[in-house]
Design a binder for this molecule. Structure first.
Ligand code: DAH
Length: 330
């Protein structure tokens, strides 16, 4: 038995151990055979031999179980080591993703207006003529439609050229007061250093009952917003034209690239155009059956904001997926 126990302790694998168990305690195992011989012994002898065999069986089993536990522990340890190595591998080589600068800029804008209690609305990318043009006071014959080169599917359906149709959809589905922004993709047939056929805008609309909302409200909200985005810049309002606002304005900020010393980006004017806005034209309210209300609207291009915030010279580089550019925005 001493021999057998020594063999148990020498086993290197669970398989060897099982073979040894069968050799000793299996159906034809050597100890099993000894037990079988008991029946041929007389009673006195039988008692004596049985006690000794049971003792041997017990110490063999004890050694066996001890060894099983030991080998299982070793196996587990080896498995854990192996897994730990693969974790190590991931640690060094896998980089986490980061927000694209356009999305980061969009989030920053959304965060600002949400903090002022604006709701975030959305509309379809495939729009119809009514929401994208007509209800925004741009009838079929209106020359202002030439301002935007549109992707049409057919006479009625088109890829929205602006987020302004979300103004119409929101006013049609909600009652005033309205205080909303609508971020999202828009599409135009345009491609050069400052234009891509798909880009992003944020629309804003505030409408209240009565005549409480005016240009002064618009001015203070947007000035605050631009200081939040660009810090200590100068801001100027320039009279402009949009069919759905009257009066309309464009807002410029002092050039963030050259600090008004003159550069290519501001075309040596010292000013950068960043926003369109105005008091909502009463004609628009007719299309959504609003009566005795007042409000203002604004719209901005997110790519342009991202370029100015991060001083990116070519708009197209934002869409090329070049990691050398994107990694700077971790
Ligand atoms: N939709 C205009 C555009 O794409 C931007 C704009 C200008 C939106 C003035 C407005 C606004 O809501 O009031 O050029």
């Amino acid at each position: 038995m001493q021999e057998l126990i020594k063999k148990v302790l020498e086993c290197q694998t669970l398989k060897d151990l099982e073979e040894l168990r069968v050799f000793v305690l299996g159906k034809k195992g050597i100890l099993t055979q000894e037990f079988a011989k008991l029946k041929d012994l007389d009673n006195e002898k039988k008692k004596e031999v049985a006690a000794s065999l049971n003792e041997q069986k017990e110490s063999f089993n004890k050694a066996l179980n001890l060894k099983i536990k030991q080998l299982e522990d070793i196996e587990l340890e080896a498995k854990m080591q192996k897994d730990a190595m693969s974790f190590h591998y991931f640690d060094e080589n896998v980089k986490t993703g980061a927000l694209h600068p356009i999305m980061a800029t969009m989030d920053k804008i959304i965060e600002y207006f949400v903090s002022l209690n604006f709701s975030v609305e959305s509309g379809p990318l495939i729009e119809d003529d009514f929401h994208n043009f007509e209800a925004l006071n741009l009838p079929i014959t209106h020359p202002a439609r030439d301002m935007q080169d549109t992707f049409y599917f057919d006479d009625k359906r088109l890829l929205r050229t602006q987020t302004s149709p979300v103004q119409i959809r929101t006013m049609l589905s909600q009652k005033p007061p309205i205080r909303m922004i609508a971020p999202g993709a828009v599409f135009r047939r345009d491609f050069d250093i400052t234009h891509t056929p798909m880009f992003h805008q944020v629309e804003g609309l505030v409408v209240e009952e009565g005549q409480r909302v005016n240009f002064a409200n618009l001015k203070s909200v947007l000035e605050e917003f631009l200081h939040y985005m660009f810090g200590d810049v100068k801001i100027r309002f320039r009279p402009s034209f949009f069919p759905f606002t009257e009066p309309s304005a464009e807002i410029d900020i002092s050039c963030v690239f050259c600090k008004q010393n003159g550069c290519r980006v501001c075309k040596h004017t010292g000013w950068l155009e960043v926003l369109g806005c105005g008091v909502v034209d009463p004609n628009v309210y007719d299309f959504v059956s609003y009566k005795n209300v007042s409000g203002y609207a604004f719209g901005l291009g997110i790519e342009r904001f991202a370029m100015l915030l991060h001083q990116i010279p070519d708009l197209r580089s934002l869409f090329e997926g070049d990691l050398r550019l994107l990694e700077q925005f971790r």
